[in-house]
Design a protein around this ligand. Structure first.
Ligand code: NAD
Ligand code: ZN
Length: 265
């Protein structure tokens, strides 16, 4: 790893602020690293609670009531780990970027809903791996609220069934072996192609097809910036790599864009 050099990082933040000011279409692409400041553990850092159990593949969830029971039990354990998490500086910075009109939407691999909690309209958050803050029926698509499911599950130990059609209800996240949401993927690809600045924030960039998006953006002529505290496999094709804390970097970017705004007045 390259030694930490605060002066170089400051300069790189200024470069990114300048690119942001000039960009016409920014595509922010976020991973679990943007939410660690909010207390949501990321996936691959040491001691990850997400890796404590073997994942339950989608086909097993469908086939086995026992697997569904275990999946729901684990889900509520994880939910309790970060209950009450609030958006952090990264989420707020990106919310401003959307509000300013520079970023048409935020592409995210996260399932925590924190980008919406920071004020971004739900239709401007492109969720590639779904959303863990509610559930859906796999048969009819009916949305179910966790606040209703949880007490019933805890009282009976039975996994929930759809109140409309009796079908299998699952957290609205994408499990291993489950098809990616095609519409979200297409929207993400279109934004990557259209963008002139693509910023990957807090992702190890190891999970495909999501990790293909920065490559798509780059191929279509965008500048590629990676913000992460550790190296990623795509650093070599990036125009700029900022290795540091996301919250601090975003706070500095917000200050720089504020200064520039005042300069124009
Ligand atoms: P990842 O855990 O593989 O990578 C996160 C990266 O962010 C790591 O490289 C880590 O070093 C870096 N990081 C963590 N905190 C940081 C900080 N404060 N500043 C700078 N860098 C920081 O996450 P991923 O690439 O998003 O892939 C994980 C998968 O697991 C995703 O598909 C996602 O669906 C799921 N997941 C989601 C959440 C969530 O919604 N918050 C949390 C865990 C896992
Ligand atoms: Zn149903």
């Amino acid at each position: 790893m390259t030694p930490y050099d605060p002066a170089a990082l400051e300069e790189d933040i200024e470069v990114l602020a300048d690119w942001l000011a000039r960009a016409e279409v920014v595509a922010p692409f976020t991973g679990a690293g943007i939410s660690t400041e909010s207390g949501v553990p990321d996936f691959r850092s040491p001691g990850s609670p997400w890796l404590a159990n073997q994942p339950i593949p989608f086909d097993v969830f469908i086939a086995s009531p026992q697997a569904r029971r275990e999946a729901w039990r684990r889900k509520f354990v994880m939910d309790d780990l970060y209950a009450g998490a609030k958006p952090g500086r990264g989420h707020h910075f990106l919310a401003e970027l959307v509000a300013s009109g520079k970023a048409p939407a935020i592409i995210t691999q996260n399932i925590d809903g924190l980008q919406q909690a920071a004020g971004v309209p739900a239709d401007q958050v492109i969720e590639l791996h779904g959303n863990g803050t509610y559930a859906t029926c796999l048969d009819c698509g009916e949305r179910h609220e966790l606040a209703e499911i949880r007490p019933a599950f805890e009282a009976t130990g039975e996994p929930p069934a759809c109140k409309r059609c009796g079908g299998i209800v699952k957290a609205a996240t994408i499990s291993f072996g489950q098809a990616m949401p095609q519409q979200a993927l297409q929207r993400a690809q279109a934004l990557a192609e259209e963008s002139d600045l693509f910023i990957a924030i807090g992702s190890s960039l190891l999970v495909h097809p999501a990790a293909g998006l920065p490559v798509t953006a780059k191929r279509h002529g965008a500048r590629l910036v990676i913000v992460n505290r550790e190296p990623t496999p795509l650093d070599g094709i990036a125009d700029l790599v900022l290795n540091g804390e996301i919250g601090t970097i975003c706070m500095q970017l917000a200050q720089l864009s504020g200064d520039e705004g005042r300069g124009i007045d």
